[in-house]
Write a protein of this length. Structure first.
Length: 512
């Protein structure tokens, strides 16, 4: 099988070499997995339904082994993967169990690597894994095997995770959709571009997935699949070894069942990286520790939580269930001691008429800079949506890119002044997961006011998608976002964690 040639040096230069070769290898599962009974905790909960923090404590106290947990993931994949299609590549069972046995042996010898020791995790298939297929759902990278691990992979391995596979993605995070189905309703989209990470976490095929987010690609599938998705402040997690989309906007982050789980994953991945000059000059993070220190009946006392005014852009969602669930969530947040502050936002960036009209020139130009050589040599191997983006970015005059970045900077300064008055800003996400094409969903009561995820991407802010329940008629996940000023990840996570401590929405699982 031919291998792609993207060395560490060429990746640092921004070169997008491409490999050619065979298609994805078939995944393997234990022979007895399909008929094996679900492995359960003492309270009869299946191991595949656990949150990372719960499984972590069971492993630490040796009430379960990493091998038992990994086996439960393999058994679950054997039960549901054919329907969900969360994996681009599920590692061979022998390889997964070898990692788990190594984790158990370390623990037996008294070496505990921390709260991620033995935890089954997937990586989005745009994230480099040394010697392992990383095809990004693209013909251009068919057969590509990176020569090195991405920084986030390397750091999570050092923290003790068991890597179970590569999760499905939209082509290179921005082209044709992934083949993944939503585990709550297989006719529905799971959202993208971190499609497999959201669906696989919800379905119990792994306890968390690492994705990427440029215009919502962590938070959209988190909302659609009923899990928690955390886009950290830009620069907390290194992007080295991750196929870029919009380099000045991209953020690597986790999808898991709870805010605490996502904090544990970011703690392990985060910190300055000499291979990524955009990382913040911070050696490491202890976000989960701050959450574990919360207690009392009013853990949000003194926290000012902004919510959109009745006619504000961020309240303009097209579905009544989303609004009702959000309003109930605000009541919960208030009961936890937070001060609720009504906010009227300014979202339109002069001279652009919409946020998308400012974002598109930036993303397409940065995308084209990385893929220019491939576009010239083999444009036909990209799908049409992705090819159009590269084409548009390549033909865009430099002054249009500079003007978009200038407008972005000026707009950010005004937009972020809301955090002079509030600590976080919450709002509902736009809509319930749509039917997969060619299906058409029911008529919506009103149109959306516009994209509500890109603002937080453009500002580099921490942004966390949280489940807020299920829709009344369709029983599909509902979600909201908790956002903060860049660098204020801890307060956003505190609000998210407190909300989940007072509710059970994040504990719901799809009826597969």
């Amino acid at each position: 099988m031919a291998e792609g040639k993207i060395s560490r040096a060429s990746f640092l230069r921004g070169a997008a070499g491409a490999g050619a070769g065979a298609a994805l290898t078939a995944f393997a599962t234990p022979a007895a997995a399909a008929t094996s009974r679900d492995r359960t905790t003492q309270d009869d909960r299946p191991l595949h339904d656990l949150e990372i923090s719960e499984a972590s404590e069971l492993i630490r106290t040796r009430r379960i082994t990493a091998v038992e947990l990994a086996t439960a993931m393999l058994e679950r994949a054997a039960q549901v993967e054919e329907r969900v299609i969360a994996y681009a590549l599920l590692y061979k069972a022998d390889d997964i169990l070898a990692q788990a046995r190594a984790a158990d042996l370390l623990l037996k010898r008294g070496r505990y690597l921390g709260p991620l020791h033995g935890i089954p995790i997937s990586f989005k298939d745009i994230i480099f894994t040394e010697g392992i297929l990383t095809e990004a759902n693209s013909k251009v990278y068919r057969g590509f095997r990176p020569e090195f691990d991405a920084t986030c992979v390397k750091r999570l391995k050092a923290a003790g995770v068991v890597v179970v596979g590569k999760s499905q993605t939209v082509e290179l995070a921005s082209g044709d959709p992934a083949p993944t189905n939503n585990p709550w309703n297989l006719a529905r989209t799971p959202g993208g571009s971190s499609s497999g990470a959201g669906a696989g976490t919800a379905a119990g095929e792994f306890l968390g997935g690492i994705g990427s987010d440029t215009r919502g690609s962590i938070r959209i599938p988190a909302g659609a699949c009923g899990v928690t998705g955390y886009r950290p402040t830009y620069g907390i997690v290194s992007k080295f070894g991750v196929f870029p989309l919009g380099y000045t906007i991209d953020s690597v982050g986790p999808l898991a069942h709870s805010a605490l789980d996502t904090a544990l994953l970011v703690d392990a991945m985060g910190g300055q990286d000499p291979d990524d000059p955009t990382t913040r000059p911070v050696k490491g993070y202890a976000l989960a520790k701050a959450l574990l220190g919360q207690d009392g009946r009013r853990p949000l006392r003194g926290v000012r939580v902004g919510v959109p005014a009745p006619d504000d852009y961020f309240r303009g969602v097209p579905n009544d269930d989303e609004l009702a669930a959000f309003d109930e969530a605000v009541k919960v947040i208030a009961s936890l001691g937070a001060e609720i502050v009504t906010v009227r936002t300014e979202t339109l960036p002069t001279p652009f008429t919409t946020l998308n009209s400012m974002t598109t020139p930036i993303v397409n130009s940065e995308l084209a800079a990385f893929q220019y050589d491939n576009w010239k040599a083999r444009a036909e191997d990209f799908t049409l949506p992705y090819r159009d983006q590269v084409n548009n970015g390549s033909l865009l005059p430099a002054n249009a890119y500079v003007e978009a970045q200038r407008a972005r900077t000026l707009w950010m300064k005004g937009f972020l002044t809301m955090f002079d008055h509030v600590d976080v800003f919450m709002h509902p996400v736009d809509d319930i997961a749509a039917l997969k094409p060619p299906g058409k969903g029911p008529a919506r009561p009103r149109p959306s006011s516009g994209n509500k995820l890109s603002p937080w991407s453009l500002t580099g802010s921490p942004s966390i998608a949280l489940p807020t329940g299920l829709s009344g008629a369709e029983r599909m996940p509902l979600s909201m976002l908790v956002n903060a000023a860049p660098g204020d990840d801890e307060v956003a996570l505190r609000v998210a964690h407190a909300f989940q401590g007072a509710t059970t929405h994040h504990k719901l699982r799809p009826p597969l």
